[in-house]
Write a protein that binds this ligand. Structure first.
Ligand code: SAH
Ligand code: SF4
Length: 392
């Protein structure tokens, strides 16, 4: 292992190729798909063209049935159907908030569940995608961080979230239809459950699929990856994905950040900021988003705002202030509106955009940091109920 090798986590990753049964084509890179077709009898000569055709049916037209792939021969379609499948996670429940936010609870292999949130806004729509079941990190203000169960999502399960949202929004164009530039799902943020940089390869492959010009075709400028600060993977994000970067900063001293974002004990503020200074140059991203959750009496003082400005000096940045979203049993309170505005003002006067994020979908627990798999919640409550009733 080199010094820059990814940190391995004690997280189970499902192998791409299941030992038996049909192989899911969703989530394979173009090269991966090519290899697998060759392994299954397609000649090297034909493989590239076939990948192009299948790719377009899956990712441009949203087809899930090989029989609809009319530019492939009937015999080849039958062969494909025998060996492969085109599968996305299953939507278990779908909730729609008063403000139009949609939250999907989806089931993945092994019976695990993750949440996906669609946020419609004026002129755009953002899909908040999960990268893990739960999270190995334990940020003290984050509901996902209290969830024990963790497994990395496969690339197919990550891009599958985008595909199932497009299904629900009825947003696959008809083959041959003129290109429609208006998109209901126009942006992706990797801000759902999990730490995307602890599942780097799968997140990268899924985002490459989302950006592919012959498929879903989202620009790398419309994809934002949020990390708590896995420093060794930050440069790689620039080089291998090239998307926009958001950092869960949340504090201006190591003492406070150690408590809020414990990964800070491994890579502290100084080390993190150094890595960020290099990012825009490597990826051509315009600016880095600093996410800052506003917690009453913890990180919301005027001194904090001044310190923050000093820390990020010279980095092209935007500071997203997130009013804390409460969840049952959370150990913090949301800062008052006044305090958040005062904080925003100081940052704005120093020359940075400092939008205050409007909580969305709070009535369905779909806001930032509130995601936690419902099965775990209900299992726990069933257990509690049983305990109360003296049944266990
Ligand atoms: N693991 C990644 C991405 C998922 S969290 C990360 O930590 O960056 C997406 C954002 O929501 C992060 O900035 C996270 O710090 C923030 N967040 C978590 N819990 C929150 C809460 N209860 N209220 C507001 N924001 C929260
Ligand atoms: Fe994990 Fe991000 Fe939540 Fe921290 S804030 S526990 S890194 S999901």
């Amino acid at each position: 292992m080199t010094a820059t090798a990814p940190i391995t986590q004690d997280v189970m990753t499902i192998p791409r190729k299941m030992p038996e049964g049909p192989i899911n084509l969703v989530g394979l890179t173009r090269d991966g798909m090519r290899e697998i077709l060759i392994e299954n009898g397609t000649t090297e000569k034909q493989a590239k063209m076939r990948v192009g055709q299948i790719w377009q049916w899956i990712y441009q037209w949203g087809k899930r049935d090989f029989d609809e792939m009319t530019n492939l021969s009937k015999a080849f379609r039958a062969e494909l159907a025998e060996k492969f499948m085109i599968e996305v996670p299953e939507v278990v429940t779908r909730q729609v908030s008063e403000d139009g936010t949609r939250k999907y609870l989806v089931k993945i292999a092994g019976g695990h569940e993750v949440e996906v949130v669609y946020i419609p806004e004026e002129g755009r729509g953002t899909l908040c995608v999960s990268s893990q079941v739960g999270c190995t990190l334990t940020c003290s203000f984050c509901h996902t961080g209290t969830q024990k169960l963790v497994r990395n999502l496969t690339a197919g399960e990550i891009i599958g979230q985008v595909m199932l949202a497009r299904d629900d929004l009825d947003e696959w164009p008809e083959p041959g239809a003129p290109k429609d530039e208006t998109r209901l799902l126009s942006n992706i943020v990797l801000m759902g459950m999990g730490e995307p940089l602890y599942n780097f390869e799968n997140v990268r492959d899924a985002m490459k699929i989302a950006m592919d010009p012959e498929g879903i075709q989202l620009s790398r400028r419309r994809i934002t990856l949020s990390t708590s600060g896995v420093v060794p993977e930050i440069a790689r994000t620039a080089q291998e994905i090239g998307c926009q970067l958001a950092i869960s900063f949340h504090a201006t001293t190591d003492e406070v950040r150690d408590k809020l974002v414990p990964i800070n004990k491994r890579w502290n503020i100084k080390v993190l900021v150094e890595a960020l200074r290099a990012y825009p140059r490597v990826s051509n991203s315009e600016r880095i988003t600093f996410e800052y959750v506003m917690l009453e009496g913890i990180n919301d003082s005027e001194e904090d705002a001044h310190r923050l400005v000093k820390l990020i000096e010279g980095i092209p940045a935007k500071i997203n202030l997130i009013p804390f979203n409460e969840w049952p049993g959370a150990p913090y309170k949301r800062s008052s509106g006044n305090r958040i505005h005062r904080f925003a003002d100081i940052i704005y006067k120093a020359g940075y955009a400092s939008p205050i994020r409007k909580p969305r979908g709070e009535d369905i627990m779909a806001a930032c940091g509130q995601l936690k798999s419902a099965t775990e919640r209900s299992r726990k409550s069933r257990k509690e109920i049983a305990a109360k009733a003296g049944l266990s």
